[in-house]
Design a protein around this ligand. Structure first.
Ligand code: ZN
Ligand code: ZN
Length: 267
């Protein structure tokens, strides 16, 4: 069976409360060997870590999403750092999700930028790669990533949504690009023309579940889940003219490299 990974999901979301075990089991049956579940605030980061302890194939990232930036108090950071430093922290393989979102403005842009910078510095100190959310904020995201030398820690641009120029600049900085459901949409704009030339060693795939269901499940009524990363994988493989199996091997290897999985728990 083709091996797959989901580099970005929110398994702690209430949408999964009724049947989380079944969701993780379907992912396993679909060939997924690793799912990264990310926190968006203090509480969801705690839940992400608990899930990573509960399920073998689940790993956690802790962090504060740009939407929540204005609630990033010193207490929240203290709790996240405690989590990241405790003995079971090997289940925490990244810091995120962090970044900037100028679409919704749930937190003021200057607060978002301050907390983004702060978290890049924390991740560098902890030697954890970061998972970056960038929505309608690519210029500022790129500027901050560069100024903070984020690439030294490792960076994945989750649910990449930029144009070819932004893609090139991300790659020049050393970032990985992770593609999600939108690459499968019938009206996907530039993404299908970008996917073919992303260097194989910088390519990742994800679901962002429970959001962003891929085609043909697109739409709010369709809860997305990690097993559906197979649809993203199939589309990316098709666009790159490679077999699904080869694509699966590529993204599985990249996941292990970026997130510095120890050989013992390598996926
Ligand atoms: Zn995001
Ligand atoms: Zn997300």
């Amino acid at each position: 069976m083709t091996k797959l990974v989901d580099s970005h999901a929110h398994l702690d979301a209430p949408a999964f409360d009724p049947d989380r075990d079944a969701v993780v089991e379907r992912a396993r049956q679909a060939g997924l060997t690793a799912i990264l579940t990310l926190g968006v605030d203090g509480e969801s980061s705690q839940r992400a870590v608990a899930l990573a302890r509960q399920y073998t194939a689940v790993y956690a990232a802790v962090g504060i999403h740009p939407h929540e930036a204005q609630h990033a108090t010193p207490e929240v950071y203290r709790a996240l750092l405690t989590l990241a430093r405790e003995p079971a922290a090997h289940r925490i393989i990244a810091w995120g999700e962090i970044g900037l979102d100028y679409h919704y403005h749930h937190s003021p842009p200057d607060v978002q930028r301050r907390e983004f910078r702060r978290q890049i510095r924390i991740a560098r100190e902890l030697d954890l790669p970061i998972s970056v959310h960038s929505r309608e904020a690519h210029e500022d995201v790129l500027g901050i990533l560069q100024e903070e030398n984020a690439a030294e820690a490792g960076v994945v641009m989750h649910c990449f949504s930029g144009d070819a120029d932004i893609a090139r600049r991300c790659l020049d900085l050393g970032c990985y690009l992770s593609f999600a459901g939108p690459v499968t949409f019938t009206n996907a704009r530039q993404l299908p023309s970008i996917v073919p030339w992303v260097p194989a060693e910088r390519l990742l795939i994800e679901t962002d579940a429970p959001y962003l269901s891929p085609h043909p499940w697109r739409g709010r009524q369709h809860r997305n889940e990690p097993a559906r990363v197979a649809l993203v994988a199939a589309r990316v493989a098709e666009l790159r003219g490679m077999s699904l199996e080869a694509l699966g091997e590529t993204v599985t290897r990249n996941f292990a490299t970026l997130f510095r999985m120890e050989p013992a728990c390598q996926v």
